[in-house]
Write a protein of this length. Structure first.
Length: 400
């Protein structure tokens, strides 16, 4: 009897340990990074990464040196690329010592990801174990660990997306628009949600985005209209930097895939033509999925996640750390797996996610050379998601 009772307990313990195993990657990554700062003879030299530009911008804002915020050249490794209204967000960093500013960036990133996961759990009814498993994998992922290390804002973007989906499912449409307007922190991502709202005929969402966007623009005017001229110039010039200087392994876009797959230059027809054709495909299937399923309440989380995938895949540039926003469609894929019409398509998405997880770390630890397969995996994921949504057979309680 004792052995019979212990066997189920032992199995539960083994499953729990196996589920937590990916967190050893998180522990290794963070211990290695912060340990290297402790033992380094010059920790400032290695810690001054993306977050440090936010720190410098905060000091420039508070000192009134506004003309120095946007770069005149792109010779340095890091520069300010965000719209003028985002400059205000750096003010808290401008009053903090450097190490405290870095600590604040790290804490904000972790809290934002935790908030995004909590909102997704409240939005997507599923077993607690399913949400816990998804959270563990996300915390073990390369985008999360690198975003924490370099102090990027990908977690904040993920929180905005999760909050928007939460509000959308509760039909607070104006609130959805106001939340999505915050995504104009990175306009190259936000524009895809404008298009999705148009396809869904969600006029209150569009009104909220317009209201929120207009408010942010008006709030930036005290910084001077010159900031907008400088921002437009910087954004235009940065496209050529992406095409000529940015390593393609750092990107998650179809553009990066075709550049690395063909070995061509930005103007090479062997790059441009397949890139435009593949963007047309992912854009077309996404638009068709929204058009066909826009009135299906149950399809909303998947359509929303599909838009996130499109915003990454069809963009000109999206960096590896911003891959953290894929936690939204990733959680949807896992916890709503019974909603998929095809087991094969669901399984192929899972294979793509596994490939992204593994290749992401291989790029960091082994080599950055070769084809950018992560970008291809994201595009395949998108096509599988869209075609499954477009399947005509009604969903069943289990995968077919």
């Amino acid at each position: 009897m004792t052995g019979t009772r212990l066997a189920p307990k032992a199995r539960r313990t083994a499953r729990a340990v196996l589920r937590l195993a990916p967190l050893t990657i998180t522990g290794f990554m963070q211990f290695s990074w912060f340990g290297s700062l402790v033992v380094s003879s010059d920790p400032y030299a290695i810690v001054r990464r993306d977050w440090h530009q936010f720190f410098l911008t905060g000091h420039q804002l508070l000192s009134g040196d506004l003309s120095a915020i946007y770069p005149r050249t792109f010779e340095s490794a890091y520069f300010w690329l965000y719209p003028p209204y985002c400059i205000y967000l750096t003010a808290p960093l401008g009053v903090l010592p450097e190490w405290w500013a870095y600590a604040l960036c790290v804490v904000v990133e972790i809290v934002a990801v935790a908030g995004a996961l909590a909102l997704l759990r409240a939005t997507l009814p599923a077993r607690r174990e399913d949400h816990v498993t998804a959270a563990i994998v996300i915390l073990a992922s390369m985008p999360f660990n690198t975003a924490v290390v370099i102090g990027q804002i990908s977690g904040v973007l993920s929180l905005i997306l999760a909050a928007s989906l939460w509000a959308w499912r509760r039909r607070h449409m104006l609130v959805v628009g106001l939340l999505l307007s915050l995504l104009f922190i990175k306009p190259n991502l936000a524009v895809f949600f404008v298009a999705a709202s148009l396809l869904a005929r969600q006029w209150r969402v569009l009104a909220g985005m317009g209201l929120g966007g207009a408010t942010m623009v008006l709030a930036s005017l005290p910084l001077g209209l010159e900031r907008w001229h400088e921002y437009v110039r910087t954004s235009r010039d940065y496209v050529s930097v992406v095409q000529s200087s940015v390593p393609m392994w750092k990107q998650l876009t179809l553009y990066a895939f075709w550049r690395t797959a063909t070995g061509g230059t930005s103007s090479d027809p062997a790059v441009v033509l397949p890139w435009l054709a593949s963007v047309a495909v992912v854009l077309g299937v996404t638009m068709l999925a929204w058009w066909r399923r826009r009135d299906s309440e149950g399809a909303l989380p998947r359509l929303f996640g599909l838009t996130v995938l499109l915003a990454v895949s069809a963009n000109m540039y999206v960096y590896f750390y911003d891959g953290l926003v894929l936690l939204v469609p990733g959680v949807v894929w896992w916890v709503l797996r019974d909603e998929y019409r095809s087991r094969a398509r669901h399984g192929l998405i899972g294979a793509c996610l596994l490939g992204m997880f593994v290749v992401g770390y291989l790029r960091i630890f082994l080599t950055s050379e070769g084809i950018n397969w992560v970008s291809a995996f994201i595009a395949i994921w998108l096509v599988c998601e869209a075609t499954d949504l477009l399947a005509t057979s009604p969903p069943s309680t289990a995968l077919q």
